[in-house]
Write a protein that binds this ligand. Structure first.
Ligand code: NDP
Length: 451
């Protein structure tokens, strides 16, 4: 990279850091994009003059609100709610809601920023947003979760709508929470619209939406592997997380012939060298989604597995790693372990699970490496398909949705190859995804004038 570009990047980041102090996840997400798109911006001075990147890093609107609720004993709790509406240049705001104790403004802003590029990549007309709360659903009763969701939606409902902003699930927000949120929205607004996605099948949901992020991740990974004449067949796969994305990534990878050997939660991971089977997956679905249990119970049920408390799966040698838990869960030493263990491909199901140091290790070692905004876009893409079905008052078959999902993941892969192929013929998926997303959003921003 030439000195002028480097100076532009550091100057830009200096301004972002000064304006958004202490927001380290946001800085990290912005830097990754700026490093990818800076050469393009410098080659296209109208983007500099129009301050397009400056506009994208300043969210169009941030809503922060109080969420009061009472627990089952009648004690009052006060949480903080967020909705960051980052960019509506190519469609209504769209992005998930996260309930997790770690939620803060930095995490919300990084996720909304990433979502803007991801949504552009899907080829569907969706802007970028993210929301959530520092509420921790773990250990709460259904009634407590319902009261919290109702209180959260009482404020959020003023800021969303089918053509304005369409939230979905994320960490800590699955089918149960979307149900409570949708019920309260409908009650307050007296309208039955597609304002949330991830809905139940009987009330406007789409077939395959629960599966979409994990399945889409595997479809994308298949395409990455194919560039080197490889496939999932017979490959050892490490997966982190045991939630929505991890479960369906594991199921699809297993069905494509892989040996899925790990799953995890925030307490530790399980290693099953014999790999998951349909029967073991059925157990995991029941354990996590019905009983809301912990992954260590898997090792109690299946003697072939070992539970490692307080650790992440990356010490287990594998061919393919699919991080599907949370941000910054692969650090430098984890990346070095993966490379040492012979890993050939890392495809992100979570958002920003690899630290910048880890990404450098993967790219330096010549691994196939894809950022979440490309490889996990199947979830929001299928949410986009749910919005289409709601608008048309139609219900598509699972085969129809799967065909769309495969095509979208294939288009995203093609965009990464188009914009990310380096002089030596290798594909830099980070550069490809960032540049493809940026060019689309930047074009829409400049077309629409200074707003
Ligand atoms: P879930 O809440 O269903 O599952 C999250 C899983 O990750 C749980 O096993 C959880 O363990 C674990 N986890 C969460 N936080 C941490 C942490 N700090 N350290 C270690 N493990 C942790 O969420 P999803 O599966 O929906 O989301 C997982 C990732 O995928 C997130 O990064 C999300 O943003 C991303 N994503 C999700 C999409 C979707 O459609 N749901 C779409 C695109 C991206 P525990 O139970 O102990 O908290």
């Amino acid at each position: 990279m030439d000195q002028f570009t480097q100076k532009y990047i550091e100057g830009f980041m200096g301004d972002v850091i000064a304006k958004n102090p202490g927001e380290k996840e946001f800085h990290q997400a912005v830097r990754e994009v700026v490093e990818s798109v800076a050469p393009y911006i410098i080659e296209n001075p109208q983007l500099l003059d129009q301050k397009v990147l400056e506009r994208i890093v300043e969210p169009e609107r941030i809503i922060i609100f109080r969420v009061p609720w009472t627990d089952d004993r009648g004690e009052i709790h006060i949480n903080r709610g967020f909705r960051v509406q980052c960019c509506s240049a190519i469609g209504p705001y769209k992005g998930g809601i996260r309930f997790h104790a770690s939620v803060n403004l930095s995490i919300m802003k990084f996720l909304a920023f990433e979502q803007t590029f991801k949504n552009a990549l899907t080829t569907l007309p969706m802007g970028g947003a993210k929301g959530g709360s520092d509420f921790n659903p773990r250990g709460k009763s259904d009634a407590e979760v319902m009261r919290f969701c109702q209180s959260f939606m009482t404020e959020l409902s003023r800021h969303i709508g089918a053509d304005t902003d369409v939230p979905a699930g994320d960490i800590g927000v699955g089918g149960r929470e979307i149900g409570y949120l949708f019920g309260q929205y409908k009650r307050l607004r007296d309208e039955f619209t597609g304002t949330l996605t991830g809905k139940g099948l009987a009330w406007g949901g789409s077939l395959l939406r629960p599966e979409a992020t994990g399945y889409g991740l595997c479809y994308f990974t298949e395409q990455m592997l194919a560039t080197r004449g490889e496939s999932f067949k017979g490959k050892k796969v490490d997966i982190s997380g045991a939630g929505n994305v991890a479960q369906y990534a594991a199921q699809k990878a297993m069905r494509l012939g892989a040996i899925v050997q790990t799953l995890s939660d925030s307490d530790g991971f399980i290693y099953d060298p014999e790999g998951l089977t349909e029967e073991k997956m059925a157990y995991v679905f029941e354990l996590k989604n019905i009983r809301r249990g912990r992954i260590k119970e898997y090792a109690q049920k299946y003697p072939s597995a070992t539970y490692y408390p307080g650790e992440r799966p990356w010490r287990i040698a594998c061919d393919i790693a699919l991080p599907c838990a949370t941000q910054n869960e692969i650090e430098k030493a984890d990346a070095e372990n993966l490379v040492k263990g012979g890993c050939i491909c890392v495809a992100e199901g979570a958002n920003m699970p690899s630290t910048p140091d880890a990404i450098k290790i993967f790219q330096g070692a010549g691994l196939l490496y894809s950022p979440g905004k490309a490889s996990n876009a199947g979830g929001v893409a299928t949410s986009g398909l749910e919005m289409s079905q709601n608008s048309m008052r139609q219900h598509w078959t699972a085969e129809e949705v799967d065909t769309y999902l495969r095509r979208i993941m294939s288009d995203i892969h093609a965009a990464c190859v188009k914009y990310g192929t380096e002089a030596d013929g290798t594909v830099n998926y980070v550069k490809g995804a960032n540049l493809a997303g940026f060019i689309k959003v930047a074009g829409a921003i400049t077309d629409q004038g200074l707003v």
